[in-house]
Design a protein around this ligand. Sequence first.
Ligand code: ADP
Ligand code: MG
Length: 457
Amino acid sequence: MKDAEWNYEVFWKEAIKQIRDEVSEQEFLMWFRNMEYLSSSDSQIAVAVPSTFYKDQVSQRFQQRIEDKLFELSGHRIAMSFQIQQKEPPKGPAPSQAADKSRPVPAPKKAKRPHAQLNPEYNFERFVRGENNDFAYMAAFAIARNPGKAYNPCMIYGGVGLGKTHLLQAIGNSTNQEFDDIRIAYVTAETFTNEFILSIKENTSHRFKNKYRSVDMLLIDDVHFLSGKVETQEELFHTFNALYDANRQMVFTSDRPVSELKKLSDRLRSRFERGLNVDLQPPNYETRIAILKKKIEEKQVSLPEEVIELICQNIKTNVRDLEKALTKLIAYAELVNRTITLEIAERQLKDFFADHDQKNVSIDLVQRVVAEYFGLSPNDLRGKKRSKAIAFPRQVAMYIARDLTEFSTTEVGLEFGGRDHTTVMHACQRVEDRLKTDATLGPAIQHLTRSVKEYRS
Ligand code: ADP
Ligand code: MG
């Protein structure tokens, strides 16, 4: 595995932390404070110690114990090797002042390396508050200040492009800056699933378990993806319990409230419902203006007030689309080397607005319209039956849903009775193939598309 190095450092820290609880304060300060993790290879961890005397003492007193712990945690025999590195006189507080054992330890303020899995741009400073998101923002902020204590677990839910990922990563970024030695894992539910499946295939599931059960903060994005993934849910359930019992912070996001998540085991659902559940609503007009102005400031460009208003009047439900509109205008301005006027903006964004408008179609609406057209019920389309009379209309509905909405194949599959995304891809392909040979299908789809749009308005 490529990330072995990262893994070992995590295990090292966990081992040291556990030993800290087992030895006296005095002993810990004496022998562990001056030992530093350097690197790891296949079966070794290199640590720096300040002298030969120190090395001999540590290896006599603790080496076996540390290596046993490493084995316990990682399932691998990892040996310690020592490097003597003379240090400058110690900085920071004297041992007597550094005796606070409570975790996590607030670090002296210094710019830390960004977290490898987090985008540093997703921070609290860049997140614009409004009444639609204020509660979620405050909860997220409180969690970052007091991980494991304030709201654990926390579920942030809301529609596409409303800032779930941004807030989740802001928690991670802020916590990473505020606390030293805090191990944070950010992962999408999809990656979690894939890693889990791979770990089974490669017989490394103990590693997988250790990786996620030995963190201080677990952030999982888009848990609606877990729908129908029975084994992964089971694994997450146990991870949840381990972390919860140890007061480790967990934050999840989902595109809908927990009660509406489909194909989710009862016991995982009840875990998600614990703690705090907060939602993100679409921003109102004033907040959209504030967000757009913030993005303009960040990109160091300028736009006339009336253009800003135009964008915010036309894009109402998705912050990501606000950004896209802005990016589009900036690109145009750079290309033709002109400042943007209201006329230019109107012309340039006309299609984009129309598109955005269409994207507000729900899958549910598509199902209703298509079902009615074929004389079926929406439940037939979502159900299990595979008879031709149902399978084909279902494929058409999936095709139209993909065409008219911005939901991914995964999300569309979920809405069609929890089908796999490959089924949706296959359906779209089938419809496209048939469009080439069946002259009546094109007009039928056009008719259905028009109906969906009409229903919506
Ligand atoms: P989601 O995960 O809910 O689909 P994201 O977190 O990816 O949405 O947000 C989409 C984009 O919109 C991101 O670039 C994010 O920075 C931006 N965004 C969303 N809400 C806000 C906000 N309140 N303030 C600033 N930017 C926001
Ligand atoms: Mg997201």
